[in-house]
Design a protein around this ligand. Structure first.
Ligand code: ADP
Length: 352
């Protein structure tokens, strides 16, 4: 197991910044997810920790030891990629044994560790097959096994589930979570998939354009996003954002004046998640809206509503009998409103 400390680690390619100076601690046994859109610097950070990429500046510490000079093997990290990178001519058993052979373990202990790992991952029936005879999910299971077999002190995952179909992804997600619960190996996991991030991470670090925007427990990041990027990256459909101008602490929406703005004057963005919006019958005193479209998804349905100044996404129970074109009224619990600065996008807390 290992504690990882990044201190001002950065990476540049010429004048372009792949990773801005980043300071981040991953606790011993923690599962930390790096989440963000393609190109935001997740893999760069992961590869620097693995020792595959040299940082332009900063220090990497592993268990209180400066790791910058250590080779990937000396760092004792195991990597699992999107492309399983198995040896195609070796059987599953030989693929699992290989990392132990290169470390010079005895034949008996190699056999025992391969057996244990195969049992842990349900690979016993596949041990004699070649990778070409496996499904994508099975290949990634073997890749997981090959990473696990030598009990590394640090697990690094780079989009390990991206090539798999939805059902296999969900199954392996549960598997990875349960392995971590049992083995508590420090894990750094890169993904662009918010479901993986929220379900696997003890903490999630959200990245944009080479910088970490927010780090926190999944629910904390979801419930209290520090800016509009985090607010809209997490959640599907994303949080509704509506620019409003505030006068004497009131704002206008749907032709009605509302109390409850966090400042007296200024331009803000109001945020509300689609599942927090409550719909009622049209009424002169409530916020009026019209249903523009309905997308039925079984257990839930997604509506697009037109207000006078804005459109809103709303998530409702799939059995609701709303109709396109109908008038409704819109409400939300005041505690579920988020406010952001219209210029910087930074969160503005309600102080009153
Ligand atoms: P992510 O993993 O989040 O998709 P990466 O860490 O791979 O993003 O890349 C971060 C940024 O660095 C991207 O803009 C990418 O184009 C750039 N980058 C990555 N590798 C190189 C390289 N070898 N030369 C120049 N730019 C690179």
């Amino acid at each position: 197991m290992a504690r990882v400390d990044l201190k001002g680690i950065s990476k540049r390619y010429g004048s372009s910044v792949a990773l801005a100076p980043t300071t981040l601690a991953i606790e011993d046994g923690e599962f930390l997810v790096l989440l963000g859109p393609s190109g935001c610097g997740k893999s760069t950070l992961l590869r620097i920790v693995a020792g595959l990429l040299e940082p332009s500046a900063g220090e990497l510490w592993l268990d209180g030891e400066l790791a910058s000079e250590r080779t990937p093997r000396e760092r004792d990290v195991a990597l699992v990629f999107q492309n399983y990178a198995l040896y195609p001519h070796k059987s599953v058993a030989k693929n699992l044994a290989f990392p132990l052979e290169v470390r010079g373990l005895s034949r008996a202990s190699i056999e025992q560790r391969v057996r244990e790992t195969a049992a842990l991952l349900g690979l016993e029936a596949l041990l004699e097959r070649k990778p070409g005879e496996l499904s994508g999910g099975q290949m990634q299971r073997v890749a997981l096994g090959r990473a696990l077999v030598r009990e590394p002190r640090l697990f690094l995952f780079d989009e390990p589930l991206s090539n798999l179909d939805a059902a296999t992804r969900a199954e392996l997600r549960r598997e990875i979570a349960s392995l971590h619960a049992r083995l508590a190996i420090t894990t750094l996991y890169v993904t662009h998939d918010q479901v993986e991030a929220l379900s696997l991470g003890a903490r999630v670090a959200l990245m944009r354009q080479g910088a970490i925007e927010q780090v926190g427990a999944p629910l904390e990041v979801f419930r209290r996003p520090l800016n509009t990027f985090v607010a809209t990256f997490l959640g599907s459909p994303p949080m509704n954002l509506v620019p409003v101008s505030i006068n004497s602490g009131r704002y206008t929406l749907g032709g009605l004046s509302h109390l409850g703005a966090p400042v007296d004057q200024g331009a803000l963005v109001l945020g509300v998640r689609p599942h927090q919006i409550q719909l009622g019958p049209a009424s002169a005193r409530a916020l009026p809206a019209r249903i523009e479209s309905i997308e039925r998804l079984g257990a839930r349905a997604l509506l697009r509503l037109a207000l006078r100044e804005a459109e809103l996404s709303v998530e409702v129970d799939g059995a609701s009998d709303f109709e396109r074109g109908a008038g409704v009224s819109v409400a939300w619990p005041p505690s579920e409103l988020h406010w952001f600065d219209a210029h910087t996008g930074a969160r503005v807390e309600l102080s009153r």
